[in-house]
Design a protein around this ligand. Structure first.
Ligand code: GBH
Length: 465
């Protein structure tokens, strides 16, 4: 039987994590500190002073975690490698213990028939490279290309799916613009230079990874799905600006080989982009096999009006700090992010029309809720099932209209260290008790397993829920 709720036979069902959010074991196997170790250990930077020192202790419980993935029936697992675990000084030789950890993980995944999808950079820059200037320093891009080559040399015989960067918007603008993320720097020109060097590092990594003709290589962006507050010229211009510095600054150099001219004009009072050197755009635009998109919410923006909020966002939008963000009063998740599944379709339609044809994957989508283990020992999380189900319905619809959407990775496999929010926010399909490290699959985990098995949103009990 086929219906609108069915997925193509080869649709890739996955779940995702990131190294610093789950591994712990931060001083083991030759690993040196990353910027997130430094940042989380700096008083006032994370909620409750939480750090990733132990996190989900995945480094020591990897076998158990792969068994959970197998029970879920995952076809693919997206995880990130910790740069300072693999190459402790950010340059020079690899750590055999670091390689060994990921090598064992890859072997266990393959044994269970789960495709390993490696993200090479999910925000944990080796502190030594930050001390040398971090992403605003061009050399970091070169170092990243080298680390990509070393990681592939160690794992590329078994790993064929590679994502260079996770959400360079966050690294550049939250790390160097508003300082909400490591390394906590706040300079708009540094933020823009970081954005360019991330794009360049991406291109250098693609070049390195292409030495394996079988490698499938992509980039994951947290693209912003935007609506104007009103149809006024000022609000439409706010959409253009946020789309420019938030989306097109990352899409265009990679998929079109050029920076958008309107964004250069928007930031001209800050910088003439002297860090973009001749030849760079040929590197950033190396052909890609897929684009990964992480989607959580849609944003409504306006020009300066006084009725929205700029605070939490200013600094995250170099050159467009005056743009305001508005709430619509939609239901929100534990993060306070409004739930808007249609925003995903609007976003991917646009990406497909303007940047296609390129295969697309949802490399993250999910929701945080304050999940607790009930008296019966189970975790009921109907809101998460509803959130993921509604987004998957959009995915099915998009496939139906011909958008080349080839897979979906739920964020996240496990509850984990939610960056500046610490352990308070729980995104997992699997609950983690941070005292005992006991894993308890939530109701959403068995629901997701049913969806995967049925390859359809109409699950075993026929309700789709
Ligand atoms: C991802 O970042 C990360 O890749 C992942 O590590 C993380 O755990 C996960 O998401 C959950 O946070 O304030 O309503 O305007 C997502 C980061 C989320 C940043 C959405 C911008 C804007 C939403 N982005 N956010 S809103």
């Amino acid at each position: 039987m086929t219906s609108n709720s069915d997925f193509p036979a080869d649709f890739l069902w996955g779940a995702a994590t990131a190294s610093y959010q789950i591994e712990g074991a931060v001083t083991e196997g030759g690993r040196t500190p990353s910027i997130w170790d430094t940042f989380s250990h700096t008083p006032g930077r994370t909620v409750n002073g939480d750090t990733g020192d132990v996190a989900c202790d995945h480094y020591h419980r990897m076998g158990e975690d792969v068994a959970l993935m197998a029970k879920l029936g995952l076809k693919a697992y997206r995880f990130s490698t910790s740069w300072s675990r693999i190459q402790p000084h950010g340059r020079g030789p690899v750590s055999p213990d670091g390689i060994d950890f990921y090598s064992r993980l890859v072997d266990e995944l393959l044994e269970q028939g789960i495709q390993p999808w490696i993200t090479l950079y999910h925000w944990d820059l080796p502190q030594e490279l930050e001390d040398a200037g971090g992403w605003p320093n061009r050399d970091t891009a070169e170092r990243f290309g080298e680390y990509a080559a070393l990681t592939q040399a160690a794992l590329g015989d078994r790993v064929k799916h590679w994502i260079t960067l996770n959400e360079p918007w966050c690294t550049a603008y939250l790390g160097y613009g508003n300082g909400h993320h490591a390394p906590g720097r706040t300079d708009p020109v540094d933020a823009l230079a970081a954005a360019h060097h991330l794009n360049l590092g991406h291109g250098l990594a693609v070049r390195a990874l292409r030495t394996d003709a079988d490698a499938r290589i992509g980039l994951t962006l947290n693209l912003h799905s935007l609506l104007p507050h009103t149809e006024s010229p000022a609000d439409l211009d706010a959409v253009r600006r946020i789309d420019g510095v938030g989306n097109r600054v990352f899409l265009d150099p990679v998929l079109r080989g050029a920076y958008p001219e309107d964004v250069a004009a928007d930031v001209a009072h800050l910088t003439d982009l002297e860090f973009v050197r001749p030849g760079d755009l040929a590197v950033t635009s190396a052909p890609l096999d897929f684009l990964g998109v992480n989607y959580y919410s849609r944003q409504v923006v306006s020009g300066p009006s006084g009725s929205g909020e700029t605070d939490s966002h200013s600094g995250a939008w170099p050159g467009s700090e005056q743009v305001e963000f508005h709430r619509r009063g939609l239901p929100v998740t534990q993060m306070g992010w409004e739930i808007d599944p249609e925003g995903l379709t609007a976003l991917l339609r646009r990406v497909h029309q303007e940047y296609g044809p390129i295969p697309l994957y949802i490399t993250e989508n999910g929701a945080a809720y304050a999940d607790e283990i009930g008296a019966d020992g189970a975790v009921a999380d109907p809101e998460r099932i509803d959130y993921i189900g509604r987004h998957l319905a959009e995915v099915a619809g998009m496939i139906g209209e011909g958008i080349p959407l080839a897979g979906y990775f739920a964020w996240s496999l496990l509850d984990n260290f939610e960056w500046a929010w610490g352990y308070e926010k729980r995104f997992g399909l699997v609950h983690v008790d941070y005292t005992t490290q006991v894993r308890t699959p939530k109701a959403s985990a068995s629901w997701y397993a049913d969806v995967i098995q049925a390859n359809s949103l109409i699950t075993a009990d026929g309700t789709g829920k």
